[in-house]
Design a protein around this ligand. Structure first.
Ligand code: HEM
Length: 438
C-alpha cells in the first residue's frame, strides 16, 4: 500500500494566495527538499503532487501508457464549486482526453492552425495592435495589461475564428470576464456572454463558411459533430487566451526594466524574440499544469503515487531548476538566458500552437514598441502585482507612461497605418468604461 502523500514533519505547500503570487520561485525552492515530486495544495483542501524536476517531468509527459489526462474518476469525489475546477474538470476536448479521441481532436486544431498563412496572421495582429494603440496613444499613459496584452489575443482570435471586429467585445466580456469575475453574478454574466459568442460564431459559419478556423474545424476530415466543434473552439480560446496575454505582459515588463532591450530611441541590442525566450525560460506564462493521473499505483522518482491521484507538472520549477535570470539581470550567452525549458509542456499534449502564439506575441510587442518609443513603467518592477492562483504567471496590471502620439502628427501613426483602422475605436470599443479600459 503506498504511504500517505506528505512526509511526516512536512506541511503541504499552498500554490495560491498572496505569498505564492508575490514570489512563487521561493516556494519552488522550498519544495525541492521533497525531491523530484512535492505535495502541494491548489486551493484550500485540494491537494496534488507537483513534479518539479526536469527529467521527471519529461518521463511523465512522454509516458501515456502510465499516465492519463482524463480526470473522470478523480473529480467525482470533489466539490465542483472549487475555484480551480474549471481548469481541471473533464470535457470532451483535446486537453482532457487520451489515445485516439485525443489524436482526433488535436489534429483538427493543429491542422487548422497550420492552414493559417503566417504573413496574414502577422497583418491581422498588426491591425489589431494599431487599433488598440490608437485607443490610448493620445493619453500618454496606459495599463499595458488591461488595455493591450489582455485584449489583443481575444481580438485576434475573434478575427481568425471568422467574426467581424464588432463581435470582439462580446468575446472579451465572455472569456476575459470569466477569468476576472469576482462575484457569482459577474461570473454568470460572463458565462452568458461567452455562450452567446460561441452560438453566434458557429451559427454564422454553419451557413456561410469562410477562410477561418471555425470553418476549417467544421470541415476537417476528422468529421467532428457540431458539439465536438464547439468543444474544440472553447478549448482553443481558453487554452490560448491567458497564456498569450501573460506571455506578452511578462515579456513587456522585462523589456521595460532592461536597457539591453529598449533602452533608448534606437532600441537596445536585444529583440522582442529574445524577451519572449527569456520569459519562456524564466517566467513561463503557464506556471503549473499538465494535470495527469496514474492509471495504476506507481513508484515515480522516489514517491509512491496512487492510481487516479492528481499530479501536475511545474513548468516554472523545472525550467528554472538550473538557475533563474531575474528581470534586469544579465542573461546567458545568447543574451536571453539560454537553456531548455518546458513552457509549452512536452509529449502528446504539448502546446500545438507554439509558432502562431510566438508570432502573435512578437508582432504585438514589436508594434507597440515601434509606435511608442519611450514607454516606461510608472511603478517599480518589484511592486507590480501578479495574479493569484496555481496555474498562471501573469500580471494584474502593467501601468506605463510614454510620449503621447496623435492622429495629427506628421508621418505614419497607428491611426493611418492599418487598412482597417479608419474607425478604430468603433471597431473595438462601445465607448462605455469596461474593466479593460477601452
Ligand atoms: C495562440 C495561442 C495559443 C493557443 C490557441 C493554444 C492552444 C493550446 C491547446 C489547444 C492545447 C491543448 C493541446 C492538447 O492537449 O493536445 C494547448 C496546450 C498547452 N499550451 Fe497552448 N496555446 C496557445 C498559447 C500558449 C502559450 C503562449 C503558452 C505558454 C507559453 C502555452 C502553453 C501550453 C501548455 C503548457 C500546454 C499543455 C497543457 C496541458 O497539457 O495541461 N500555450 N495549447
Amino acid at each position: 500500500m503506498p504511504p500517505p502523500l506528505a512526509r511526516p514533519g512536512h506541511d503541504v505547500v499552498p500554490l495560491y494566495g498572496e505569498e505564492f503570487a508575490a514570489d512563487p520561485y521561493a516556494v519552488y525552492e522550498r519544495l525541492r527538499e521533497y525531491g523530484d515530486v512535492a505535495p502541494v495544495e491548489l486551493s484550500p483542501g485540494l491537494g496534488a503532487m507537483l513534479v518539479i524536476d526536469y527529467r521527471a517531468a519529461l518521463d511523465l509527459l512522454h509516458d501515456p501508457v502510465t499516465w492519463a489526462k482524463d480526470p473522470t474518476g478523480w473529480q467525482d469525489a470533489l466539490p465542483q464549486d472549487s475555484a480551480v475546477m474549471p481548469m481541471l474538470r473533464a470535457r470532451p476536448n483535446a486537453l482532457f482526453t487520451d489515445g485516439e479521441a485525443h489524436t482526433r481532436y488535436r489534429k483538427v486544431i493543429s491542422d487548422s492552425f497550420a492552414r493559417m498563412e503566417p504573413h496574414e496572421l502577422r497583418r491581422t495582429v498588426q491591425e489589431v495592435s494599431d487599433n488598440l494603440i490608437a485607443n490610448f496613444g493620445l493619453a500618454g499613459e496606459a495599463d499595458l495589461m488591461g488595455q493591450y496584452a489582455k485584449l489583443l489575443p481575444l481580438l485576434v482570435f475573434n478575427r481568425v475564428f471568422g467574426l467581424p471586429d464588432s463581435m470582439g467585445e462580446l468575446l472579451i466580456d465572455g472569456i476575459a470576464g470569466m477569468f476576472d469575475a469576482e462575484t457569482p453574478e459577474e461570473a454568470a454574466a460572463a458565462d452568458t456572454a461567452y455562450t452567446r459568442y460561441i452560438m453566434e460564431l458557429t451559427g454564422a459559419k454553419k451557413h456561410a463558411r469562410g477562410e477561418d478556423l471555425t470553418s476549417w474545424f467544421m470541415d476537417h476530415p476528422a468529421g467532428l459533430t457540431e458539439e465536438e466543434v464547439v468543444q474544440q473552439i472553447v478549448v482553443t480560446l481558453g487554452a490560448g487566451y491567458q497564456p498569450l496575454s501573460n506571455l506578452i505582459g511578462n515579456a513587456l515588463s522585462r523589456m521595460l526594466v532592461d536597457d539591453r532591450y529598449y533602452g533608448n530611441l534606437s532600441g537596445g541590442a536585444l529583440t522582442a524574440r529574445d524577451a519572449l525566450h527569456d520569459v519562456l525560460k524564466n517566467e513561463p506564462p503557464m506556471a503549473n499544469y499538465s494535470a495527469h493521473y496514474p492509471k495504476r499505483d506507481v513508484y515515480f522518482h522516489g514517491v509512491w503515487l496512487r492510481a487516479g491521484q492528481l499530479v501536475l507538472v511545474s513548468y516554472a520549477a523545472t525550467s528554472t531548476q538550473g538557475g533563474r535570470t531575474a528581470p534586469g539581470e544579465g542573461a546567458g550567452a545568447t543574451g536571453s538566458g539560454g537553456g531548455a525549458h518546458l513552457a509549452w509542456a512536452a509529449g502528446p499534449h504539448a502546446c500545438p500552437v507554439q509558432q502562431p502564439a510566438l508570432l502573435i506575441a512578437t508582432t504585438a510587442i514589436e508594434r507597440l514598441t515601434a509606435w511608442l518609443s519611450d514607454i516606461e513603467l510608472t511603478v517599480p518592477y518589484d511592486q507590480l502585482k501578479w495574479r493569484h492562483g496555481p496555474f498562471q504567471r501573469g500580471l494584474v496590471a502593467l501601468p506605463s507612461r510614454f510620449t503621447p502620439i496623435s492622429p495629427d502628427q506628421a508621418g505614419e501613426t497607428p491611426w493611418k497605418s492599418s487598412p482597417s483602422s479608419s474607425t478604430p475605436s468603433d471597431a473595438i470599443s462601445t465607448g462605455r468604461p469596461t474593466a479593460y479600459g477601452v
